[in-house]
Design a protein around this ligand. Structure first.
Ligand SMILES: NC(=O)c1ccc[n+]([C@@H]2O[C@H](COP(=O)([O-])OP(=O)(O)OC[C@H]3O[C@@H](n4cnc5c(N)ncnc54)[C@H](OP(=O)(O)O)[C@@H]3O)[C@@H](O)[C@H]2O)c1
Length: 216
């Protein structure tokens, strides 16, 4: 890859984030990671900039986005999100800083069971959300508030929402493609690879699609 970019990665120590960081560094890009526990990151690399902090703390979002080409959020803390929209609060601080520093592209990873703004979920997805996945409802409500904010107050930003389905941290099961109706339960690795590819895809701007395994 000839072009080198700087990615601000939020959630870099998580199931999806760790694969995203490995792929971006492996391709020679620079990663700036905001993390609570730097010890969870891979071994130091000259292209890995570590900023220690929590999105729930007062963070200097201007410093965080300065010099960045792409911002990707794979944040989540289902216990905190049960009662607090930590991602929404943070995204509402982050976006004005992105505007100020001319950073336009933002990929936010939500869940397949998070309802897109003014959209709907199929009956089967609603059923899953309130049975097997009921422990994640606060996280979905937070994701939904982020989607509403992006759609109503941040259309000047080139945002993309990935409504991921994740079942395990196992090996790759194939290539995920963007879909407005088909949904796959994928691995963290495949979701990270999809988000890495999709953040650079102009056609994905202002979409809140699922990812599903390609059948070809
Ligand atoms: N996991 C699933 O089954 C699933 C399925 C579909 C969609 N999703 C969506 O994808 C997102 C990411 O999923 P994942 O499984 O990759 O998440 P994960 O493994 O739980 O990782 C979440 C990441 O967010 C970081 N984080 C949480 N609270 C933070 C805070 N206050 N400040 C800074 N960083 C914080 C965590 O840091 P620490 O390492 O410090 O905890 C971790 O790096 C979820 O939020 C959800 O919206 C998840």
């Amino acid at each position: 890859m000839s072009q080198r970019y700087t990615f601000l990665v939020l959630g870099a120590t998580g199931g999806t984030g760790k694969h995203f960081v490995a792929q971006a560094l492996g391709d020679g890009h620079t990663v700036r990671a905001l993390v609570r526990s730097p010890g969870k990151l891979p071994s130091p690399s000259p292209n890995l900039q570590v900023v220690q902090g929590s999105i729930a703390d007062p963070i200097d979002t201007d410093a965080l986005v300065q010099g960045v080409d792409y911002v990707v959020s794979m944040l989540g803390d289902k216990n905190l999100q049960r009662d607090n929209k930590i991602c929404t609060t943070f995204v509402k601080k982050l976006v004005p800083s992105m505007r100020k520093h001319g950073v336009r592209r933002f990929l936010y990873q939500a869940g397949g069971l998070s309802r897109p703004y003014q959209g709907s979920l199929s009956p089967i997805l609603w059923l899953l959300r309130y049975t097997l996945a009921r422990g994640f409802d606060g996280q979905h409500q937070d994701n939904e508030a982020v989607m509403e904010y992006l759609a109503t107050e941040a259309m000047d930003i080139d945002w993309i929402v990935h409504r991921a389905g994740i079942g395990s941290d196992g090996p790759s099961k194939g290539t995920l493609v963007r879909s407005s109706k088909d949904f796959s339960v994928a691995t963290h690795r495949d979701c990270a690879e999809y988000s890495y590819r999709t953040i650079m895809e102009n056609a994905a701007i202002h979409t809140s699609d699922f990812s599903c395994y390609s059948k070809v």
